[in-house]
Ligand binder design. Structure first.
Ligand code: SAM
Length: 265
């Protein structure tokens, strides 16, 4: 495990954190009363929040399976969250036993539970790097210890970038992370939007912001720019319920998350 933290290593249980609120939506056990209270406030404005979290998780699952089936063996997952089964390496190694996965998150509670992320199968490898997506150099340094940068790598930023406001140049960060990856690498992305229900989503964002969590939803056109220079795999950038939908596990529909997978050519 690499503690490449850039100063945020203290577990603060007095204010809500996105990873722990997300754990609450997913019916996990790794959150504090303050997280549950903020998450309940969000659910009062957006009762489908739990379904949205599940739909997001299933997108990660579908995208990783698809890439592993196409021979991708290396994954750099930033904004991993508190371990939730199946974790990314379990999905990838279920298809490619030798798959290598580097997990990254800036929340100390994820570090605390990282053991579950390090349960790699014997043929593969997993590593955890505690770092902030706004420090791509730290992340890339940690990733180079485990991943072969001459072979394709899937960069997954799932439900992460809506926690990075424009003042931190999220597009520049994505470019810095993709630039060193060879062709045949991929970007797996999901991102919250207010396109479907601006009023409800604005109230949801206010809960996060009032609790000191920076958050910025983006329109379809804005999310599309994260894929600039990449070739979008079928079916393109879609709302999560429309991206390779699986009849048996589709949410109620209208989940306000754009998702897509782009390929570096
Ligand atoms: C909504 S959760 C998504 C978890 C997982 N990717 C998934 O989709 O199931 C967002 C995660 O991003 C992490 N995060 C938020 N801002 C971050 C940052 N600046 N750097 C690294 N991780 C961050 C949070 O700690 C949290 O674990």
């Amino acid at each position: 495990m690499t503690d490449a933290d850039d100063g945020s290593g203290i577990l603060d249980t007095t204010k809500p954190h996105p990873a722990r609120m997300y754990d609450y939506y997913l019916n996990g056990k790794d959150h504090y009363p303050v997280d549950a209270a903020a998450a309940q406030q969000v659910l009062s404005f957006y009762p489908q929040g739990r379904l949205a979290a599940q739909a997001n998780r299933r997108f990660m699952n579908r995208a990783v399976r698809l890439l592993a089936q196409h021979g991708v063996k290396q994954f750099l997952d930033i904004g991993t969250g508190i371990p939730t089964e199946p974790n990314l390496h379990q999905i990838a190694q279920g298809i490619v036993p030798g798959a290598r996965v580097v997990y990254v998150d800036n929340d100390p509670i994820v570090l605390r539970h990282a053991e579950a992320l390090l349960s790699s199968g014997p043929e593969g490898r997993t590593e955890y790097v505690q770092a902030d997506v706004r420090s791509p150099d730290v992340i890339l340094r940690g990733a180079r210890n485990v991943l072969d940068f001459d072979e394709p790598i899937a960069l997954s930023l799932v439900a992460l970038l809506h926690f990075v406001s424009d003042e931190h140049d999220p597009r520049g960060l994505v470019r810095s992370l993709l630039d060193p990856l060879p062709s045949g690498s991929h970007l797996v992305l999901s991102h919250g939007t207010a396109d479907l229900d601006p009023e409800a989503m604005e109230r949801v964002m206010e809960v996060y912001r009032n609790n000191g969590v920076m958050a910025q939803l983006r329109s379809e056109a804005e999310v599309a720019t994260f894929f600039d220079g990449l070739e979008l795999l079928e079916p393109g950038l879609r709302l999560v319920d429309d991206w390779h939908p699986e009849a048996a596990s589709t949410a109620a529909g209208g989940t306000p998350l754009y998702v897509g997978v782009g390929r570096k050519v």
